[in-house]
Design a protein around this ligand. Structure first.
Ligand SMILES: NC(=O)C1=CN([C@@H]2O[C@H](COP(=O)(O)OP(=O)(O)OC[C@H]3O[C@@H](n4cnc5c(N)ncnc54)[C@H](OP(=O)(O)O)[C@@H]3O)[C@@H](O)[C@H]2O)C=CC1
Ligand SMILES: Nc1nc(=O)c2c([nH]1)NC[C@@H]1CN(c3ccc(C(=O)N[C@@H](CCC(=O)O)C(=O)O)cc3)C=[N+]21
Ligand SMILES: [Mg+2]
Length: 297
């Protein structure tokens, strides 16, 4: 069997187009563009690339992008002051503080300072609570993008066995919450899980968010299962000095067993940014008191 490739890049382009139409409509109604502020602390090259891509795509969707680049040795107090300014700025609908932060900062404290109604990453405890309680809020972009791809591929997820490998606050745990809300039977595996291959083999849906290059092998996958690979790992390439991106799933062997699989790159990654733009235009409508049928985007 050869798996169908789930084209996250194409799905993300379609989502950005829908967001762009809604953003134009918002501008006509509100008399201003929706705005996303991205805060980057330090000079991590990968983070710089992500932030640049976010800014470009924000503008391409007809929204305003505010980039705040702070030196790696910025104090936590100065970062908190920037967040406070963005909370109070009516031109800013969404705020994203790029993670990871330098080690002298308390990430939880910084996230807690963001106004939950501008927290388009969905990382604030208030939004975590809303998600687990089934209240409207903001859902983390990467897991929401994964669910969009799964529903597009499978239709209803009700009753399916899902295994999430990874239990981080930004991917694994919110992913599990979303799958519970879709009426899957959810197992969350992590570094202490016993016999991970056997756990993965039960799953109709496998979501890999581990951060270990090509760890999940084709022999672990139930034939026909749908595999969502969240991992982004930069490894040495075939040519000396070159690098390439691989996921947490061994794509070569898994794609011979799975029914459908996301590639890396071109799978979940592009969805993350498109969902961020979606959450931002949703935030703009909510905070401006302008009606929007959120189910259409
Ligand atoms: N495509 C995208 O848009 C995004 C991609 N990513 C990528 O997704 C991956 C995961 O990110 P993130 O959740 O932040 O990672 P974290 O490092 O925060 O969490 C990794 C999780 O994997 C578990 N784990 C580690 N090793 C093993 C193992 N050998 N067996 C089973 N479980 C294991 C850990 O278990 P334990 O809790 O026990 O330590 C932990 O729960 C990374 O590759 C990251 O780059 C992340 C965000 C967005
Ligand atoms: N506050 C915060 N929110 C985040 O959402 C957040 C973050 N911090 N820190 C880092 C992670 C990682 N992340 C990615 C976004 C896009 C791609 C992406 O576009 N990937 C492309 C490839 C990009 C490339 O070529 O390097 C792809 O998979 O096709 C990947 C990863 C968001 N994150
Ligand atoms: Mg992490």
């Amino acid at each position: 069997m050869t798996a169908q490739i789930i084209d996250g890049k194409a799905f993300a382009a379609g989502l950005r187009e829908r967001v762009g139409k809604v953003a134009a409509d918002f501008e006509a109604k509100a008399g201003r563009k929706a705005g996303l502020a991205v805060v980057l602390v330090g000079e991590d090259p990968a983070s710089q690339v992500y932030v640049r891509n976010k800014g470009k795509q924000t503008i391409a969707c007809g929204m305003e992008s505010f980039e705040h680049k702070l030196a790696a040795d910025t104090s936590e107090a100065d970062l908190l002051a920037v967040v406070e300014k963005l909370n109070a700025d009516p031109a800013v609908d969404g705020i994203l503080v790029q993670l990871p932060l330098p080690s002298h900062m308390n990430e939880q404290k910084v996230i807690a300072a963001i106004n939950p109604d501008k927290d388009v990453d969905g990382f604030h405890v208030v939004n975590v609570g809303r998600l687990s309680t089934g209240l409207p809020g903001f859902v983390p972009c990467t897991p929401l993008g994964c669910v969009m791809l799964l529903k597009d591929q499978l239709g209803s997820l009700s009753g399916l066995d899902a295994v999430v490998v990874g239990r981080s606050n930004i991917v694994g745990k919110p992913m599990a919450q979303l799958l519970i809300a879709e009426s899957c039977t959810v197992t969350v595996a992590h570094s202490r899980t016993q016999d991970l291959p056997e756990v993965v083999r039960r799953a109709d849906i496998v979501v890999a968010a581990v951060g270990r290059p090509e760890m999940i092998k084709g022999e672990w996958i139930k034939p026909g299962a749908t595999v969502i690979d969240v991992g982004i790992n930069r490894v040495a390439g075939a040519e000396e000095g070159k690098t390439r991106l691989v996921g947490d799933v061994d794509f070569g062997s898994a794609s011979e067993v799975a029914g459908a699989i996301t590639p890396v790159p071109g799978g979940v990654g592009p969805m993350t940014i498109a969902v961020l733009l979606r959450n931002t235009i949703v935030a703009a409508h909510r905070n401006a008191g302008i009606a929007l049928d959120e189910s259409t985007i």
